[in-house]
Design a protein around this ligand. Structure first.
Ligand code: ZN
Length: 453
């Protein structure tokens, strides 16, 4: 491992990193319940200021959680800026009975720190702050300008992050973005992810009669659940391909370079199947097809279906209504609104114009080009600090990356300290101290290399 001056500072100051992270965990900040958000934002400001980062709270309205802005101007390299995007909100702590300690305890046990937010995303945030502090304390300067955008609504869909980006566009302008999280796999390899899928979340519903009826009347009254089942069958074929007209129209194929990277990404089919207790994958996918699907496969997933009687035993009822929730994962060039219009049009053309279609949420996909110089910068930094790393064309999940690349026009890359089995969003969430340390050092290298890039 290449030693840089900041490593020593980080090694020596790990107890402070840990106690600051514990302070953050002990301040509950559950966006879904609007709990503790203002307090947590103020605490982030305090911790940043203590680290030497100029920090303030930004707002776009009284009912919207604030974002925390942080900034350090570089004396010797004032023309390049890196932005760290993170969030101070966390998922709800329930179910309480499954926690070994209180959810917001921040308790340290051996090499782990427990508590809601310890990994997602307070653990990640603290590594970025401490990396900047390491430069300020050892050199009184930073290798490039640093900015922070720490939002409070990530766990509820980042509804206002794009509004913030637009309102404070010049303040937040930058040349590269480090995303809020990154996984480290079971072999301690950080995964450098260059993109995220988009999402279209819809609700399909139908009312056939004005009230539930005795099911003997099924000879006369149409059952809305059957109607929805028939409608669903025109959306997707068995192997997973989406049947909606023009659904894939704008989509590009993978480039050769992307295919190479996808092929080199590890995926353990057997342990995955074991983890979920499944025997085969959708469409009987094997090998390369599985990896390609994870990185760039659109989906049409039934997230929930409600109709009729769901209690114990039997009730012979003919329900009057039925409702289904569907999420579609989108890939680059699929516009959520356009896809929504295509869905409505398709249903109408197939004879299901009577079904109500409502869009709940839409977010476009985003991908940073493999040929962007920033990719090599991050890759080298990761290899130096972890000894190895894995490059990934896109994560299978969704986040507001598109808003960042659209408004700030900067490459976004996700890398971080989140051990893949650290139970984020679940009871007994934890962060591994060794990964917090390695990631802090990795962030230093990214800042330094980016300054020289
Ligand atoms: Zn999360």
């Amino acid at each position: 491992m290449i030693i840089i001056m900041q490593d020593k500072f980080i090694d020596k100051n790990m107890p402070i990193l840990i106690s600051d992270l514990q302070k953050l965990i002990r301040q509950p900040s559950v966006s879904a319940k609007n709990l503790g958000l203002e307090e947590c934002a103020r605490l982030v400001v305090q911790i940043m200021r203590k680290a030497g980062i100029k920090s303030e709270i930004l707002r776009i309205g009284t009912n919207v959680p604030p974002i925390v802005y942080g900034e350090v101007k570089s004396v010797r390299n004032p023309n390049k800026t890196i932005l760290f995007y993170n969030h101070y909100d966390v998922q709800p702590e329930e179910p309480l009975e499954l926690w070994n300690d209180k959810p917001f305890s921040g308790k340290r046990k051996g090499n782990k720190i427990y508590g809601r937010g310890s990994a997602d995303d307070k653990g990640e945030l603290i590594t970025r702050i401490k990396a900047v502090e390491a430069f300020l304390r050892t050199t009184r300067d930073v290798p490039c300008n640093i900015k922070f955008l720490v939002e409070g609504e990530e766990e509820v869909g980042s509804m206002h992050v794009e509004d913030y980006l637009r309102k404070y566009k010049s303040k937040l302008s930058c040349d590269a973005v480090i995303w809020e999280f990154g996984y480290v796999d079971e072999k301690d390899r950080p995964i450098i992810s260059l993109g995220m899928k988009g999402l279209l979340y819809v609700e399909l519903s139908i009312q056939e009669s004005i009230r539930d009826a005795h099911s003997s009347l099924a000879v006369l009254i149409e059952n809305p659940a059957w109607r929805l089942v028939e409608a669903l069958k025109v959306l997707r074929e068995k192997k997973g391909r989406i049947l909606i007209k023009d659904w894939y129209k704008e989509v590009d194929n993978f480039t050769n370079k992307e295919l190479q990277i996808i092929a080199s990404e590890p995926f353990d089919e057997q342990s995955f199947k074991k983890e979920y207790g499944i025997k085969k994958f959708v469409g009987n996918k094997k090998g390369f097809e599985i990896k390609k699907a994870l990185v760039g496969g659109p989906t049409c997933n039934i997230a929930g279906f409600t109709s009729g009687y769901k209690g114990p035993g039997a009730k012979t009822v003919l329900p009057s209504t039925a409702l289904v929730k569907i999420d579609f994962r989108l890939i680059p060039k699929m516009n959520p609104l356009k896809q929504f219009t295509r869905l409505k049009q398709h249903l109408k053309e197939k004879g299901f114009g009577d079904i109500q279609v409502r869009m709940i949420h839409g977010e476009a996909a985003s991908r940073t080009s493999i040929s962007d110089k920033f990719v090599q910068t991050v890759k080298q930094a990761a290899n130096e600090s972890f000894g190895k790393s894995i490059l990934s064309v896109s994560s299978a999940g969704t986040g507001p990356m598109y808003s960042f690349s659209k408004v700030l026009k900067a490459p976004c890359i996700s890398i971080g300290s989140t051990y893949v089995f650290s139970r984020i969003h679940s009871p007994n969430e934890f962060a591994r101290i060794v990964l917090l340390k390695k990631t802090t050092k990795c962030m230093c290298r990214i800042i330094k290399k980016f300054g020289n890039q």
